[in-house]
Design a protein around this ligand. Structure first.
Ligand code: HEM
Ligand code: HEM
Length: 481
């Protein structure tokens, strides 16, 4: 496709990408600090000092919303904008709208976070923000779609590269989930009631919750993987056909699996079984991506020894494999009876969140930042230290939570000789202190690594070394990837 290579524009709108990366790093630090604080509160509940805004109930959604909407979405917008320009060979469509989106989104996350601290909360997990924020999210999400699909529609390369399919699914499906789940009746400026009730409310909520995990924390980040892994490894994706099959299988099966969050609840049993079966089906597309990713780096192992960015990306792939194997197992009803309502779920969440989402983002940012600034990374050594801190923090976090979760699950199910519950809730929870202590330590280690990265990027931005431009990697089928 050499003729197409000549169609590359002289410039891309990378300043927007850089700013979004900077915001994403800032949210990572803040939201993870909130995570560390709530982890400490589970160990020492009086840490809130009687202040409602410092209570676990307010800081926990601050952690999850800050991480997902602040860190995660800013990173997804940055990487989608960076890669869609290069895979389409055109600069961003409507750059002014993209700049507006970049700042307005941060304002939304900030004001939304403050509203959670003030106690405004719809009580729907991952959709806690009240109705004025819901409307703002919908409008900004449409702007994201206009910039992204507008760029694709002006592309100079006919095929649409696979990463764009994942980013496109992220934009379309999240819009659909957000609007349907947030249909509500406002009663004041700060309070609304959901249009759904009872079992219907639960099913809609977990259709949203599960697919937000699916299309944002999984699908969106797969878009990142499919662009930045081959790009950084310097190889085209091992099997392009397999990536297309994985995309369609993933998109088709994910949407049905939500009821696995409602096992043994007051919803029809066939709905629960559907959720379980579709979760097991998901093993196929998840592992297709895993195999494709491993085969793509398999001829670049040498680079892996020395390059911290690639180390992060490849390790994230391993955790992706782990979380997407564990998830279907937890969706089996007889396993879920042990795991549900325990820290096993929290272990699963963070093997995905820290091991997959955070690590792939860190690897991608280490790749991107020097290129966006036009210089070399300030310290490769610090990046390597960060890698080991991230790995140690993740392992410690998930091992502590698995141990805590499995013991909680088994103790809660134990009966004494009279058929009564053998252990009380309080006794079990007070035996959790060592695990919660380890999780707090894990969080501090992980946060420490993230701070090192922020410092490294700050110094990189200030540095004045000249850049070494790498030659583009050419995929015979899809131009420069
Ligand atoms: C094939 C893939 C996956 C399947 C089938 C799956 C399945 C499950 C199951 C069965 C639960 C527990 C539900 C419950 O007992 O309430 C769960 C919880 C969760 N999973 Fe996964 N999982 C998968 C991958 C992932 C990945 C990659 C992430 C990324 C971070 C993730 C994030 C979460 C979150 C955040 C929750 C907690 C939801 C909540 O209760 O608030 N999952 N998942
Ligand atoms: C320093 C790192 C982190 C620490 C110390 C931390 C700590 C915590 C704690 C203590 C909870 C509440 C657990 C409970 O209610 O029992 C939690 C929940 C959660 N965290 Fe984190 N977290 C960290 C990083 C992350 C990251 C990077 C993500 C996402 C990319 C994430 C996503 C979540 C989610 C989705 C939940 C809710 C899980 C559920 O409801 O099942 N966390 N975190």
């Amino acid at each position: 496709m050499s003729s197409e290579m000549t169609t590359q524009p002289q410039y891309y709108h990378d300043e927007i990408v850089k700013r979004l990366v900077q915001f994403s790093v800032a949210w990572a630090v803040l939201a993870m600090a909130a995570g560390v604080f709530v982890a400490a509160e589970l160990l020492w509940p009086t840490l809130d000092m009687g202040q409602p805004w410092l209570s676990f109930g307010r800081l926990r959604p601050l952690h999850t919303n800050g991480i997902i909407f602040g860190f995660g979405v800013s990173a997804l917008m940055a990487t989608a904008f960076y890669s869609v320009q290069r895979t389409s060979h055109v600069p961003l469509f409507a750059p002014k709208l993209a700049w507006f989106l970049c700042y307005a989104w941060q304002l939304l996350v900030l004001s939304g976070g403050l509203s959670l601290l003030a106690g405004m909360n719809t009580t729907k997990e991952y959709a806690e923000l009240e109705w004025p924020f819901d409307i703002a999210i919908a409008l900004l999400w449409v702007s994201f779609g206009i910039v992204f699909f507008g760029t694709i529609s002006r592309r100079k390369i006919r095929p649409i590269y696979i990463s764009n399919w994942f980013y496109g699914a992220l934009i379309i499906v999240i819009a659909m989930l957000h609007i349907v789940n947030n249909l509500e009746l406002p009663v004041t400026w700060t309070k609304s009631y959901s249009l759904y009730a009872g079992a219907q409310d639960a099913i809609v909520q977990w259709w949203y919750g599960h697919n937000a995990v699916g299309f944002l924390l999984t699908g969106g980040f797969l878009g990142m993987l499919y662009y930045f892994l081959p790009k950084h490894a310097g190889r085209p994706i091992w099997s392009y056909k397999l990536s297309v099959v994985a995309f369609w299988a993933f998109t088709y099966s994910y949407i049905w699996a939500g009821p696995h969050h409602l096992h043994y609840n007051a919803i029809p049993e066939w709905v629960q079984s559907l959720g379980m079966v579709m979760s097991l089906v998901l093993l196929a597309p998840s592992w297709a991506t895993l195999i494709n990713g491993v085969m793509t780096v398999s001829s670049a192992w040498e680079k892996l020894k020395t390059d911290p960015a690639l180390k992060f990306i490849v390790l994230s792939l391993a955790f992706y494999g782990l979380a997407t194997f564990e998830g279907p197992m937890m969706a089996i009803r007889s396993v879920n009876v042990v795991s549900h309502f325990t820290d096993w779920t929290i272990g699963h969440v963070h093997s995905g969140a820290l091991g997959w989402n955070a690590m792939i983002t860190y690897g991608t940012f280490y790749y991107l930042m020097p290129r966006l600034v036009g210089t070399e990374l300030y310290s490769k050594r610090l990046a390597n230290v960060h890698f080991w801190l991230a790995l140690a923090g993740t392992m410690l976090y998930i091992i502590a939570m698995w141990a805590a979760g499995v013991s909680q699950g088994l103790l809660w199910l134990s009966l004494d000789e009279t058929g009564e519950l053998a252990f009380g809730f309080r006794d079990i929870m007070s035996s959790m202190a060592p695990y919660y202590g380890l999780r707090l330590l894990a969080g501090l280690i992980f946060l420490g690594g993230t701070l090192l990265m922020a410092y490294n990027f700050y110094m990189t931005t200030r540095s004045r070394k000249t850049v070494k431009v790498e030659p583009p990697v050419v995929d015979p089928a899809f131009g420069v990837v």
